[in-house]
Design a protein around this ligand. Structure first.
Ligand SMILES: [Fe+2]
Length: 138
């Protein structure tokens, strides 16, 4: 997260609900970025709470995305769900390490989450978008 996260057309998946939730994720990530940039003592609390919010909203978003995939009988749902599960278990693990005082974690966690989310949107969520677009044409 070297630049302030900003939603961009290249992240559009083409499914309204997913795109709306992704925008929200970017907004939370941008808030986290601002706290990291502020870098003072009060920023630490801000980083912690915005990262917690980012993880929580990510989990909520995954449930809703998987619901859409299930409803449309998406054949790659199982693999996609596994990707989501891996991310969440890593994020929870990093969050726990931050809580027990690992100094590098509060900075590393938002960077890791943001990188993962953008790569996941471009590689995996867009596949689902393409699947939905093809279905609409049938
Ligand atoms: Fe996804």
């Amino acid at each position: 997260m070297d630049e302030r996260p900003q939603f961009d057309a290249k992240f559009l998946v083409g499914v309204d609900q997913i795109d709306r939730e992704h925008r929200q994720l970017f907004e939370i990530a941008a808030r986290t970025y601002d706290c990291v940039r502020a870098g003072d003592a009060t920023a630490q609390a801000g980083i912690r709470s915005s990262v917690a919010e980012l993880i929580e909203y990510t989990a909520t978003h995954f449930v809703s995305e998987e619901g859409l995939m299930e409803a449309s009988a998406y054949p790659e749902l199982a693999a996609h769900r596994l990707e989501h599960e891996h991310l969440l278990s890593r994020a929870y693990d990093m969050e726990m390490r931050a809580e027990i005082g690992d100094q590098s974690m509060p900075m590393e966690l938002p960077r890791f989450l943001y990188r993962w989310l953008t790569e996941h949107i471009e590689a995996s969520d867009k596949k689902f978008g393409a699947f939905m677009a093809a279905r609409r044409q049938d």
